[in-house]
Design a protein around this ligand. Structure first.
Ligand SMILES: *Cc1c(COP(=O)(O)O)cnc(C)c1O
Length: 397
């Protein structure tokens, strides 16, 4: 069958693919430890579930407004005011089926053939593909581990062309755990404003910061910057609600209106029940977050310490999110019984086969000498998983 050309430009999300492969192994009875999946292992908080159940019982089970219910938009507006000191009105907020969906609506509404979008690498897997699906050109800008994997104003400036329409900032970031400091964000904002770029700020890991760091939204740096920024966020990561599919975007009114139109002609509204649950999460979820971050922090320290004890592996302490992102360049070229390891993908394949550990190789994120380890899994799994990895790597020659 002759498919649309745009489909040929993209591939299925590699993180979802590896998670599916690991799940298939589990289904065959193999005891795989999953360090690949990108979601918190904790259960959705009870008050959130209760709000969902109450919505079902009260019959709140029909279409809602395509762009989401006012009650949830209001909860988002209050959240942005409370946490970032940002003010928006309802016409500047869209509720979608996940942050990924908000980003996709944005790409549909904003990107056309020839448009360039600057994406700092390592990047979240879907950014380049969403640009490609909408006929745009992703411009991948490598960032350095030594500078905390941050894009800077100077780096951005070097890659801006007459065709650049937007730049993506993801802080705290997936896969690196990078958290941008205010000064660096100011540098990016200055360049973006001067060139009239849209700043796409993916803040889905905002609540997952460690060592007393606080989140800075680039939109909060001033009214001019806010007017050129679209903030994308959601409840998936902060409230362990990945399956409920609720995300949101806040930004310029005309852009939000266009994104809402796209959504109204594609998915219609996000699930009515989930919207009610998301209201409860945003209004009552603070305690849950505190507990989750405490738990993740312990796992983070343990995992990074163990990784750094493995020869050929170097791992910086991530500042946010729930991933460790070790450099594994020292293992490339080492030998398995089947031959030398040529890449991070080959190493991930070796560890899946020999240690029954699911990991995402750095190639998926534009970082071919790294592996992504999620610590959003129980401490027992982390201890056992690192034992197995350590042992499998010792067997390399
Ligand atoms: C998980 C994730 C998202 C998408 O989350 P949704 O479940 O669609 O809300 C967006 N950006 C990054 C960087 C992520 O890791």
């Amino acid at each position: 069958m002759k498919l649309a050309q745009r489909v040929g430009r993209v591939s299925p999300s590699s993180t979802l693919r590896i998670t599916a492969e690991a799940k298939a192994m589990v289904a065959r009875g193999v005891d795989v430890i999953d360090f690949a999946s990108g979601e918190p292992d904790l259960d959705t908080p009870l008050p959130v579930k209760d709000a969902g159940i109450a919505a079902i019982r009260s019959g709140f089970t029909k279409y809602t407004a395509a762009g989401g219910i006012d009650e949830l938009k209001q909860a988002v507006i209050e959240k942005l005011r409370r946490d970032q000191g940002l003010s928006y009105d309802k016409s500047q907020v869209l509720i979608s089926c996940g942050a990924k969906h908000s980003l996709y609506n944005l790409a549909q509404a904003f990107i056309e053939a020839g448009d360039e979008v600057i994406i700092p690498a390592p990047y979240w897997v879907s950014y380049p593909d969403q640009v490609l699906l909408n006929d745009g050109t992703p411009v991948l800008v490598p960032t350095e581990e030594a500078t905390g994997f941050q894009l800077t104003g100077a780096l951005l400036e070097r890659h801006v062309t007459a065709r650049t329409k937007a730049v993506i900032v993801n802080s705290p970031g997936n896969p690196t755990g990078a958290a941008y400091d205010r000064k660096t964000l100011e540098g990016i904002a200055e360049v973006a404003l001067r060139h009239g770029l849209l700043i796409i700020s993916d803040e889905i890991y905002e609540k997952l910061l460690y060592d007393g760091l606080t989140h800075v939204s680039i939109a909060s740096l001033g009214p001019e910057i806010q007017a050129r920024t679209i903030v994308v966020n959601g409840v998936s990561k902060a409230y362990s609600m990945t399956g409920w599919r609720i995300g949101y975007a806040a930004g310029p009114k005309d852009l939000i209106a266009a994104m809402t139109t796209v959504q109204s002609q594609s998915t219609s509204n996000p699930t009515s029940i989930s919207q009610k649950a998301a209201v409860a999460a945003l209004n009552e979820g603070a305690i849950f977050i505190k507990e989750m971050v405490g738990e993740f922090d312990q796992r983070r320290r343990y995992m990074v310490e163990r990784l750094n004890k493995i020869q050929g592996v170097q791992c910086a302490m991530p500042k946010g999110a729930f991933y460790a992102f070790p450099h594994i360049g020292g293992l490339i070229g080492r030998h398995t019984p089947d031959g030398p390891l040529a890449s991070a993908t080959a190493l991930a394949g070796y560890l899946l086969k020999e240690a029954r550990i699911a990991l995402v190789p750095g190639e998926a994120f534009g970082a071919p000498e790294y592996l992504r380890f999620s610590y959003a899994t129980g401490m027992q799994n982390i201890v056992a998983g690192l034992d197995r990895i350590d042992e499998a790597i010792r067997r390399l020659s």
